[in-house]
Design a protein around this ligand. Structure first.
Ligand SMILES: O=C[C@H](O)COP(=O)(O)O
Length: 279
């Protein structure tokens, strides 16, 4: 709930120049009322994701949208179980699992989120919480090739506290090991696991080097020129995915300020210029 149509226009203007040979998926998370508009404005190389959808195809569920509606808008992604859905709207694991089941069955690709809160970390139950979320999600997934796992350290999102690289890598590694032991080696080796929690220009390059990191889910950084650096860092990521999967950057918000930066030399840093050219 951070942007309007004019922001989509600005984003589209910049991103139309994006070359098509990126070894990277860039997916723009979008409020449901703008899905259709965003899909029309953005180049086809950029994915568009809904930020939620309901668990059934059709019916009397006022205020909800369905997977079929997302597809009808020409979009192929949905973000499910976002930490804000889990914590602010109290979506339980079971509901998220049902949504993931339905979205996949409907043909969408899913960014499935797991998260830990500050209390989870302080009380030493991070892995217990994440494992329960993973187990619930995994029971709904038959085709992992259309699933990206996003881990968010909620305590490091807009709090002024940053997760260290070690803290992030530790969890990402645990998530991959969990997939290895509970799903399969090939799923562990090919499923993209991305990180969310105040990813910015300042920390994206170091994080991109983490062994088990395959991209980012970006919130506030997608509202500034930082997203250019983040996309660039993701492209250079050292993750070792097998098979056809590419690294991924998903935004839960639209990128708003790139055009403004592009045409405002005062606020355009040299590395941002280069990054814009390179994407
Ligand atoms: O959807 C994005 C995540 O909630 C992360 O947001 P953030 O990058 O502002 O911490």
């Amino acid at each position: 709930m951070n942007v309007f149509k004019t922001d989509i226009d600005r984003l589209a203007d910049v991103i139309k120049c994006t070359p098509s040979d990126l070894n990277l998926d860039v997916v723009v998370g979008c409020p449901s009322c703008y899905l259709d508009y965003a899909r029309q404005q953005l180049p086809s190389i950029i994915g568009v994701a809904a930020q939620n959808c309901y668990k059934v195809a059709k019916g009397n569920f006022s205020g909800e949208i369905s997977a079929a509606m997302i597809e009808d808008c020409g979009c192929e992604w949905v973000i499910l179980g976002h930490p804000e859905r889990r914590t602010i709207f109290h979506e339980p694991d079971d509901l998220i699992r049902e949504k993931v089941t339905h979205a996949l069955k409907s043909g969408l690709k899913v960014v499935a989120c797991v998260c830990e809160t500050k209390e989870d970390r302080d009380e030493g139950r991070t892995w217990q919480v994440l494992e329960a979320q993973m187990a619930s999600l995994a029971s709904s997934i038959s085709d992992w090739s259309r699933v990206v796992i996003a881990f968010e350290a909620l305590w490091a999102s807009n709090t002024g506290i940053l997760a260290t690289n070690n803290q992030v890598q530790e969890v990402l590694s645990q998530l991959r090991q969990w997939l290895r032991h509970n799903v399969s080696h090939s799923v562990a080796d090919t499923t993209r696991i991305i990180y969310a929690g105040s990813v910015s220009s300042d920390n994206c390059q170091q994080m991109a080097r983490l062994a088990d990191l395959d991209g980012f889910l970006v919130g506030s950084g997608a509202l500034t020129s930082d997203i250019v650096d983040i996309i660039r860092a993701s492209r250079m990521s050292s993750s070792q995915l097998w098979g056809e999967q590419q690294r991924l950057v998903a935004t839960s918000h639209l990128i708003t300020n790139i055009k403004q930066l592009r045409f405002s030399n005062l606020s355009l840093r040299p590395n941002t210029c280069r990054a814009i050219r390179n994407i």
